[in-house]
Design a protein around this ligand. Structure first.
Ligand code: F6R
Length: 602
């Protein structure tokens, strides 16, 4: 879980390399570094810390050269130290490499290389590659040949970029099961883990496939197969992402910025062509069995999908956590697996897709990042077009995915029943959602900040809801946990009396996701649970829509909304509560500890 970049240009690259890794810090941010070819040799600067810190301390942007590579790390092999930060050099300093992934046979290679006299400076798996290149190089053999031979010795997963003094005008990069994308600007070429890295410079991209390598120079690039050496040609993608979307603007954190972008993100989800939604709906109706998969936030999105498909379309489509899908999902050729992912790179979700394909099942995916692995591996893809989500904590992407799932359920209901009166109403309600999100942001954020100030010192929280509100409660608990480090448990409100009420006391807040009164059954049941908590002197905070007459210790009154979109306004309230509490606690909001955005390892 790291971000790699390589740039070759006709002008100095270090300042762009630094900006590019900063834009990929969501992939890891415990250490970073760059290496350039400055005419005299390889110039390397690296250390522990965020890109901003290291850039300042080590002068990353002052490295000279028109060609270079850079890396931002989230430690897997070897602790967080300067030595383990990338790039890594060969003993003679003629090769520098950066890597994302895991070289599974690194131990065998290391023993071999140690026996040949190589000295290792780090505990990383990556360093073996630098030494392997040195070991294989002999004068007269092209660096490209050496690169391919060394690649063929690697097992595991990699996105790798390399520079060498022996071929000082070219970058060599390769991909095997870790993302790698080329960015094509005029006389400047990028190789990066994610399009985010080069979006300010170019929107033209080319995705490398597994088993391919590329060579970049200021004059152009070529892509070939690692095993067959055959030239590969591929269409250039035009990335249709709003440039400003990856800048923080006036917001103190990306998390707040992305929460506030949700009206726009909902519009974009509404603009996804109906024919794409209808194609997925038809596929689902043709399949004998459907499953939704996601993990972390996207598992809760999938769970929301399960509820919405059951209530709107009368279809039972179980949601599975991607990491368990292989075990739980009875997947056969009559199954359609629908994956949900912001990054399109999450290991567990990709594994679920691979498992489904191996079983002969069909696959589909709802994905945010264009050109990501999932967009190429899933049979049918819906691009949600939410723009770059930079904060490690997912917010706006989940909102858009839920909107798309409502559209999907509506379409399935329509296909099953012919033109039923509900569909127009539902789409009208959705069209009204951005306005309500704006109103909530305007009227409730300050109030939620007050709640955060009052309750941020509570160590344990419950988040409770029923029906479609339950997955929203679960997701809100996850938001709270990951950004505040407080313990928060999401639970169906009905579950409470089956043991967990014992935890309620006057120090424990329970956040209730109260449905609008018109959902009378759910509303009454939720209010019963409120009373159960109050009877045990628990602190009750309600996200609700109506005057209830009940006493709450804290209340977030959301604008009147229909039951269909009410959960999405509560999703927003949950995001804001987590955000404001984290700010009060002084947490590193955009980069909370032990989290990386794209979890690309098992
Ligand atoms: C939560 C969060 C993670 C991701 C999960 C799946 O805020 O960011 O739980 O939701 O790792 O990631 P994607 O959606 O990229 O597959």
């Amino acid at each position: 879980m790291c971000g790699i970049v390589g740039i070759v240009s006709n002008s100095e690259v270090a300042p762009i390399l630094v900006k590019s890794i900063a834009r990929m810090e969501y992939r890891g941010y415990d250490s970073c570094g760059i290496a350039t070819l400055n005419g005299a040799g390889i110039e390397m600067r690296k250390d522990v810390g965020s890109v901003e810190e290291v850039a300042l301390r080590e002068g990353l942007g002052r490295a000279h050269g028109r060609i270079g590579i850079a890396h931002t790390r989230w430690a897997t092999h070897g602790g967080v130290s300067r030595e383990n930060a990338h790039p890594h050099l060969s003993c003679d300093g003629n090769f520098a490499v950066v890597h994302n992934g895991i070289i599974s046979n690194h131990q065998t290679l290391k023993t071999e290389l140690l026996n040949r006299g190589h000295r290792f400076l780090s505990e990383t798996d990556t360093e073996v590659f630098a030494h392997l290149l040195e070991e294989m190089y002999t004068p007269g053999v092209s660096v490209e040949k050496v690169f391919i031979r060394a690649l063929r010795r690697l097992e595991g997963t990699f996105a790798i970029a390399m520079i060498s003094t022996y071929d000082p005008k070219r970058i060599f990069c390769a991909r095997e099961k870790s993302p790698l994308i080329l960015g094509i600007a005029s006389e400047t070429y990028f190789t990066c883990s994610d399009v985010n890295a080069f979006l300010p410079y170019t929107r033209r991209a080319m995705v490398l496939e597994d088993g391919e390598y590329a060579v970049l120079s200021p004059e152009g690039y070529s892509v070939r197969g690692i095993t067959d050496g055959e030239l590969r040609t591929r269409q250039i993608l035009e990335i249709d992402w709003n440039m400003g979307a990856a800048e923080k603007g006036t917001h103190p954190h990306y998390m707040e910025k992305e929460i506030c972008e949700q009206p726009e993100v909902i519009y974009r989800a509404m603009e996804v062509p109906q024919r794409e939604i209808a194609a997925l709906a038809r596929l689902m109706l043709q399949a004998r069995r459907n499953v939704l998969v996601g993990i972390g936030t996207t598992y809760y999105v999938a769970l929301f999908g399960q509820y919405i498909l059951a209530t709107l379309a009368r279809e039972f489509v179980p949601a599975l956590s991607s990491d368990e899908a292989r075990i739980l999902g009875v997947i056969d050729p009559d199954t359609l697996l629908v994956a949900i992912s912001q990054s399109g790179e999450t290991f567990d979700t990709l594994e679920a897709i691979h498992h489904a394909k191996a079983a002969g099942a069909q696959t589909a995916a709802i994905v945010n990042v264009p050109g990501s692995t999932m967009t190429r591996e899933a049979g049918l893809v819906i691009h949600q077009n939410s723009g770059p989500e930079v904060c490690v904590i997912s917010t706006k992407a989940a909102m858009a995915q839920m909107v798309l799932l409502i559209r999907l359920a509506t379409e399935i209901a329509y296909l099953k029943q012919g033109c039923f009166t509900g569909d127009i109403r539902i789409l009208k309600e959705l069209a009204y959602l951005p306005k309500l999100v704006e109103v909530t942001l305007r009227t409730q954020q300050r109030h939620i900040r007050d709640l955060a100030l009052r309750y941020h010192n509570k160590r344990n929280w419950f988040f409770l809801g029923r029906g479609t509100y339950a997955p929203i409660a679960f997701e809100s608990a996850l938001k709270m946990k990951e950004v505040t480090y407080l313990h928060a448990e999401g639970m169906t409100a009905g579950f409470l009396k089956h043991g967990t009420l014992s935890l309620i006391d006057k120090d424990m807040p329970s956040v209730f996701f109260v449905p609008p009164k018109e959902e009378k059954d759910l509303y009454d049941l939720t209010m019963n649970s409120v009373e159960e908590v109050r009877a045990r002197e628990g602190i009750v905070i309600a996200f609700n829509f109506d005057q209830t007459g009940a006493h709450f210790d804290g209340e977030v009154r959301l604008p009147k909304a229909s039951p269909l979109i009410a959960p999405l306004l509560q999703l927003l309230a949950g995001q804001l509560l987590a955000y404001e509490t984290a700010v009060v606690l002084g947490r590193n909001v955009d980069r909370p500890r032990s989290l990386a955005k794209s979890v690309t390892v098992a």
